[in-house]
Design a protein around this ligand. Sequence first.
Ligand code: DOR
Ligand code: ZN
Length: 345
Amino acid sequence: MTDRLIIRRPDDWHLHFRDGDVMRGVVPYTSRQFARAIVMPNLTPPVTTAALAADYRDRILAAVPDGIDFSPLMTCYLTDTTDADDLARGAAEGVFTAAKLYPANATTNSAHGVSDVEKIYPVLARMEAEGIVLCVHGEVTDGDIDVFDREAEFIERHMRAIVSNFPKLKVVFEHITTADAAEFVAECGEAVAATITPQHLHINRNAMLVGGIQPHNYCLPVAKRETHRLALRKAATSGSSKFFLGTDSAPHLRSAKETSCGCAGIFNAPFALESYLTVFDEEDALDRFEAFASLNGPAFYGLPVNEEMITLERVEVAVPATLPLAGEEIVPWHGGQKLGWRIAD
Ligand code: DOR
Ligand code: ZN
C-alpha cells in the first residue's frame, strides 16, 4: 500500500477568493496547498479590465502569509461589451492568464455576464489569435431547462459551436458535473480541457436533498446523478491530460448558506488536496494524482510546472465542523468528517 506520495507542488486551476476580509481569511488556506491559482473574477463589481485585475492581484498578494510562495493568476470577466484590446494588452502584460465566460445569471455574481454567446464571438476570435485561454461556466440559463440538464444543454447549444468556430481557441470547460461533459471533452481536440472539483467526485445529488436540505452540499453546477459522479471519477483518474484540478472553492459565510435562500458554493480550500487524494486512493489511482494536480494544468496553460515538491502521507486528519472567517463562521467541505490523507510539514 502506498503511504507516502511525493509530487510537484500542485496548482488550483479554478477558485474564488472574493475580496476584503473574506479574501484575507481564505488566501492562506489556498496558498498553503497550491503554488498558483486561477482566480475567478465574479466580484461586485466584476473584474472586467486589466486595471481592476492588477489591483485585485495586489490585494491578494498582500494577503499571502510571509514566507509562502504563491502566484494568483488573474481572469477577465467577459461581458457583452468587453474591450478586446484591453484584454489582449492585459494578457500581453501578464496581468490576465485567461478570460471567463459566465452566461448572464447562471450563478453567483453573474448578472453582468454574457447575454448571448454569439455577441462575444469577435472577442473569442481575438483570444484565439492571441492564445488567451477561455474558461467557461457551461450552463444554459433558460427557465424552461431543468437545472439538472443545464450543462448537457450548454454543450449542444454553445460548446460545439464555440469549438468548431474557433478550433485553435484554448477552452477549459470548468467544474464539469456530467458524463456528457466528460465525454465531450475527451472527444475534442487538444485545445479543449476540463477542471473537476473535489465535491463532484465525492457526492451525487442525494447528498444535497436526502435527509433534509443540505445547503453545504449545494454549488453550481449542482451535483448530478450517481452515474455522472462515476463518469467524473473515471475521467479524473484516467490519466488523460485533458482533466485537471480546479477546486471551485467558493466561500460563503455560514449565515449566507443556512438561510431560506442559500448561496451556491462549497468552501473546500482548507482540505482540498486531502479531499481529492481520498478519491484517487479509493480509485486505486494514486500514481495518477501528480498528473491531475500538478502537470496537466500547466501543460494546458503553457506554463512551467512548479519546481518545489510536496509530501502527502496517509495519516488521518479531522476536518473542523466550522472555521472562523471575517468575524463570522464558515463551514468547510467535509466539515466534521475525517479524511485519510494529509500534507506532511
Ligand atoms: O457554486 C458556485 N459558486 N458556482 C459558481 O459558479 C460560482 C460560485 C460562487 O462564486 O459562489
Ligand atoms: Zn467557480
